[in-house]
Design a protein around this ligand. Structure first.
Ligand SMILES: Cc1cc2nc3c(=O)[nH]c(=O)nc-3n(C[C@H](O)[C@H](O)[C@H](O)COP(=O)(O)OP(=O)(O)OC[C@H]3O[C@@H](n4cnc5c(N)ncnc54)[C@H](O)[C@@H]3O)c2cc1C
Length: 390
């Protein structure tokens, strides 16, 4: 198989986009390519939301509709069906962030349980996802990760967090649906890792149901993967890992500098790329014991994974390997991979407009001219506009 340049096919990449949607995407990426505009826009939007100014309509018709499936899960079904008609599955992602009370944590758990029910009956939704900070206070994860003892009240609170994780994973196992658990800031991750390892031991006995996330911009993650592998072999259970580069780069480096410890982040983009690709290779060499969800918009890493699959003689749709992108980004990777029969899923974020703002701001920042990929998105949209003569 020749894997060269399949991502260049913009006709396949944008087959679901009408001419006007293509124009909107072009306008949007043009806007967020201007770094000062993103900075000012972010501050103005935060202010307007706090001041209850009526800007939801504007956000909704621009960034929100491009990067999110809707305000609730039902809203997303049209997007999900459309993508599935082209072979691209969906991971419904309840993207409300920054809530810190028990009621919200229970509500987030219930959302995920509902999605796991959806997944049982809707082929287009094979996988569920949640964020640890959606199920419990960040402070608790941080305190446990730092090795400090919890107070009695905190212990009770933590028990409720464990319960939320367990109920979700138990249901995922009963419905035979994989559940991805996102990774967040490194200073809360040790607590999450320990918890997820325990859940893998409990629920990944026949195949991977519970997936942890490895942020390969962290230079310690390959060693962590190897250690987890040894544990799983000894304990006779399967590993599931979502491999990503990592989304909190600046925050991580800033905190390390401020507090005077060595940054957990690789020294350069090149080092992160190598680490990510080595993670792919390690997992592909040990696919009998670990299944992979590669969450990336990086073309080279995606081609590498295709080549590794080919070298191992795997079918494109081998159930142990998934490619993942975010809704609103890198359709040229998702739809061209699906067109070749690979397993591909896009995270489809949803939630009330003001509650998904932290997610949207991360996407805008990641797509500025400084950090990102906008140039590529714009070039692809331009190419497709030219092909369609619009
Ligand atoms: C399906 C999916 C799920 C995701 N889930 C998570 C998650 O659970 N947790 C999470 O943190 N992120 C998650 N992400 C986001 C992801 O971590 C990246 O931020 C994003 O995908 C960009 O990386 P990339 O692999 O697409 O490639 P690229 O665009 O090639 O790489 C950009 C990334 O490289 C790294 N990088 C950039 N500059 C430097 C530098 N100077 N030094 C070191 N490293 C550098 C950063 O991680 C940056 O985000 C997810 C992404 C996808 C597609």
């Amino acid at each position: 198989m020749n894997t060269d340049l399949i991502f260049d096919n913009t006709e396949i990449a944008f087959s679901l986009k009408s001419d006007s949607e293509l124009e909107r995407a072009y306008f949007l990426f043009k806007m967020i390519s201007i770094e000062p505009l993103v900075r000012i826009g972010t501050a103005a939007t935060n202010f307007a939301i706090k001041a209850h100014l009526p800007i939801e309509g504007l956000i909704r018709s621009t960034v929100f509709d491009h990067f999110c499936g809707g305000v609730n899960e039902e809203d997303c079904l049209t997007v999900i069906d459309n993508m599935y008609s082209k072979g691209v599955s969906s991971v419904l992602d309840y993207s409300v962030e920054g809530k810190e009370n028990e009621k919200e944590f229970d509500a987030a758990r219930d959302k995920v349980l509902k999605i796991i029910d959806f997944a049982k009956t809707i082929d287009a939704i094979p996988i569920a996802v949640f964020k640890p900070s959606g199920f419990g206070r960040f402070y608790l994860y941080e305190k446990i990760s730092s090795g400090k003892a919890l107070s009695k009240n905190e212990e009770e609170e933590w028990a409720r967090v464990l319960d939320r994780f367990d109920i979700v994973c138990k249901k995922a196992k009963a419905n035979d649906v994989a559940v991805l658990i996102d990774a967040e800031e490194s200073w809360m991750q040790d607590a999450t890792d320990a918890l997820i390892t325990h859940l893998m031991e409990k629920y990944n006995t026949e195949k991977p149901i519970v997936y942890n996330t490895l942020q390969m911009y962290r230079h310690d993650r390959l060693a962590f993967l190897e250690k987890e592998h040894q544990k799983a072999k000894a304990g006779n259970y399967f590993l599931g890992f979502k491999l990503v580069r990592g989304a909190y780069l600046e925050k991580e480096n800033e905190r390390a500098q401020e507090k005077g410890y060595e940054s957990p982040i690789c020294e350069s983009k090149f080092a992160t790329d190598q680490n990510f690709n080595n993670g792919l290779k390690y997992m592909m060499d040990n696919l009998d014991g670990m299944w992979l969800f590669a969450g990336t918009h990086n073309e080279d890493s995606s081609y590498l994974l295709m080549q590794l699959m080919e070298a191992k003689g795997l079918k494109n749709n081998d159930p142990r390997v998934w490619f993942g992108q975010l809704y609103g980004m890198s359709d040229h990777i998702s739809f061209n991979l699906a067109n070749k029969g690979y397993n591909v899923a896009k995270y489809v974020p949803f939630g009330p407009v003001k509650d998904v703002m932290p997610y949207l701001i991360r996407r805008a920042e990641e797509n500025t001219s400084v950090a990102g990929q906008t140039g590529r998105e714009l070039a692809l949209i331009k190419k497709e506009k030219k092909r369609r003569k619009i």
